[in-house]
Design a protein around this ligand. Structure first.
Ligand code: GLA
Length: 408
């Protein structure tokens, strides 16, 4: 969904009211019992969109195991929009003909040691025009739980025109309250099932979603509009994440949208940089490509254990952009055990030996040579102040320093 509704409002007083009025169950949902580290898995939307079906989801689950992705930490197999069928006379939602038996599919995914995710909207319709959960929140949550669903992406979509704009016309604050109510309602409904279900709020990052989404029970919340497999879009999203690091932590994560690694015409450096930066951002790592057709190079990117370990670091501290110099940016992420990840991202054209980038360690608060590991080369590297770095266009140097020496 790209349409921007005019309901931007300051959220302070809403938040105060919310914290007071919010049921304990909704708050408990955001505890770090689930999603203690950013969720990892696969989602159908970025590649298959409305073509997702039972067979494709089973194939993705098979491939997560066969490719080594499961061993590398990928768990969730998430069905996005277009699985929804009709409601029966009792209001119970059924899957459409593309998914003949959702319970059997969940059983299959579970039999592989993986978990199943699903998608809905608080509105009457989803973004793709399928049946939403409006008025059936508790019932749908119970249905999902009975199928064995482990993750719900809840996408605002038609709730804006159908409820917010209708019930609170020209009242942005009223619309905001309605939206928050809707997310709390489903959070409570999920909680009431007694099944641990990751709750993913999809609201496109409007109205400073990071400020209120954690209090509504979200384990993750979108911080942007939709991603596409284009470097400019990926970089635009990355840039919007600066400053949001204070909102993320175990059990509650910023979601700059699912991965496009292996999709479209992204170059290998672009795929590498995208994956590296999502790991630096402590973002959910939800692969969005056709796993059955991925090249060895893409598989190697998605299964790079060292990079995944950055994403999954138990401290849960999201990276900050420390400085930029023209088109090169330097980000750092503090890791458990006192380690530090440093990413040097070249957003522009190639930097050759004739005009390398010179790394300024002082700006990172570091002093003296730093022993690290280059996580893409897999080799040891010593970072020194002012050292020249050659970087291809849109490529990245990602280094983990186990014992950084900070300036006094
Ligand atoms: C919205 C979401 C996407 C996807 C589609 C499905 O656009 O932001 O991630 O879920 O809906 O219709």
């Amino acid at each position: 969904m790209t349409r921007r509704s005019a309901f931007a409002v300051p959220v302070f007083f809403c938040l105060i009211a919310l914290v007071v009025l919010m049921p304990a169950t909704a708050r408990a949902q955001s505890s770090n019992q689930i999603a203690a580290t950013p969720p990892m898995g696969w989602n159908s939307w970025n590649y298959f969109a409305n073509k997702v079906d039972d067979k494709g989801v089973r194939a993705a689950a098979d491939e997560i195991v066969a490719s080594g992705m499961k061993d590398a930490g990928y768990v969730y197999v998430n069905i996005d929009d277009t699985w929804e069928g009709d409601r029966d006379a009792n209001g119970v939602i059924h899957s459409n003909s593309k998914f003949p038996n959702m319970k059997a599919l969940a059983d299959y995914v579970h039999s592989k040691g993986l978990k199943l995710g699903i998608y809905s909207s608080p509105g009457p319709k989803t973004c793709a025009g399928y049946e939403g959960s409006l008025g059936h929140e508790r019932q749908d949550a119970q249905t999902y739980a009975s199928w064995g669903v482990d993750y719900l992406k809840y996408d605002l979509c038609s709730y804006i025109p159908a409820v917010m704009e209708k019930q609170a016309p020209n009242d942005p604050a009223g619309q905001m309250r309605l939206m928050m109510d809707a997310y709390v309602k489903m959070g409570k409904a999920l909680q009431a099932t007694g099944r641990p279900i990751v709750y993913s709020l999809c609201q496109y990052g409007w109205d400073a979603s990071w400020e209120w989404a954690p209090q509504l029970g979200g384990n993750l919340w979108r911080t942007t509009g939709d991603i596409t497999p284009h470097w400019d879009r990926i970089y635009a999203i990355l840039s919007q994440q600066e400053g949001l690091e204070v909102y993320a932590g175990p059990g509650h994560w910023n979601d700059p949208d699912m991965l496009e690694v292996g999709n479209g015409r992204l170059t290998l450096p672009e795929n590498r940089s995208h994956f590296s930066m999502w790991a630096m951002l402590a973002a959910p790592l939800l692969a969005g490509n056709d796993l059955t057709a991925m090249t060895p190079e893409i598989k190697n990117i998605l299964t790079n254990r060292d990079v995944i370990a950055i994403d999954q670091d138990p401290l849960g501290k999201q990276a900050s952009r420390i400085y930029s110099d023209g088109e090169v940016e330097v980000w750092t992420r503090h890791l458990s055990g006192g380690a530090l990840a440093v990413a040097v991202l070249n957003v522009g054209g190639r930097r050759y030996s004739t005009h390398p980038f010179h790394l300024d360690l002082q700006k990172l608060g570091l002093q003296g040579p730093q022993q690290g590991k280059d996580l893409w080369a897999g080799t040891n590297i010593t970072l020194t102040n002012g050292m020249p770095l050659e970087l291809g266009g849109h490529d990245i140097l990602l280094v983990r320093i186990a014992a950084p020496k900070f300036a006094p």
